[in-house]
Ligand binder design. Structure first.
Ligand SMILES: [Zn+2]
Length: 271
């Protein structure tokens, strides 16, 4: 069976998010500590019907392994608010990003630079929106029509989440740290003839650091959110699976907390 391994990257790197957040931390040190607030919302986007899954060949879902979500963090230092969204979907076209940014501007007055939308790049979530550029070089992969009803649902749920997170702001603190994990692996394997193929290369270079932003309540020090930056490809379930899943992210201890107040946001990777 012909297998596709999409390699296009059309998402915002959480490394950039870290850079901005570090700037926010510096602002806190400059005297805005007392007014810093944060909020978190986790919105379920699991479909209730069978959907064509993105990643590998098009295949229809037959069940749910674990539910998928929009995870939304709102940071507000009293002068500027910033919405970080991480969605359990494979990818979306830049045109869809533009569409959502325009909706948020229209409905909430949120400027484009206050809203960063990333995905976990799970290969076990439904397609969302038109394929965009990938259709140009993977044309036969996208001969079917995408499901407009599910796409509208995903967008509607994101707007619901933005509306809800605005009501949940409370005084907070930010912490930063670095960890290490052996969860990922270089996928540029070499055969006996020294030819490269898509596989496992334990000797290949790989970034195994985990950058962590920790948000806690200012007064009770209770954990609000952990935001993680870690390069890992959402292909644990594999191309034979037809179950909806957040894939690698949901198998991680960092995301083990199931309650709505704690969640991880992961950098997606398709390398
Ligand atoms: Zn991928």
């Amino acid at each position: 069976m012909k297998t596709y391994f999409p390699f296009y990257a059309m998402f915002i790197s959480l490394k950039s998010i870290f850079a901005v957040t570090f700037c926010m931390i510096l602002c806190l040190k400059a005297g805005h500590t007392q007014s810093f607030q944060a909020a978190v919302v986790k919105v379920d986007i699991t479909p209730d019907d069978s959907q064509v899954l993105l990643g590998y060949n098009p295949r229809k879902s037959t069940g749910i392994h674990d539910r998928i979500y929009h995870r939304i963090v709102l940071l507000d230092d009293g002068k500027t608010s910033f919405y970080l969204v991480s969605s359990d979907i494979g990818e979306f076209s830049p045109t869809e990003y533009d569409l959502m940014a325009a909706k948020l501007k229209d409905q909430f007055g949120i400027n484009r630079d206050q809203f960063w939308w990333s995905v976990t790049h799970t290969h076990s979530a439904p397609e969302v929106g038109p394929p965009g550029l990938p259709a140009a070089f993977l044309g036969d992969r996208y001969e079917h029509q995408y499901d407009t009803a599910y796409t509208d649902f995903v967008y509607r749920r994101l707007i619901d989440g933005i509306r809800e997170v605005q009501t949940r702001l409370s005084p907070a603190r930010l912490g930063v740290g670095w960890g290490h994990s052996q969860a990922n692996i270089n996928r540029r394997a070499r055969d006996i003839d020294d030819k490269t193929f898509l596989g496992l290369n334990p000797d290949g270079p790989v970034d195994r650091r985990i950058g962590i932003l920790k948000i806690t309540g200012r007064d009770d020090d209770k954990l609000v959110a952990l935001i993680a930056n870690y390069p890992i490809h959402g292909t644990v379930m594999g191309g034979e699976s037809t179950l909806i899943s957040g894939d690698a992210r949901c198998g991680c201890r960092l995301c083990g907390a199931r309650d709505r107040s704690t969640f991880g946001v992961y950098q997606r990777s398709c390398r």
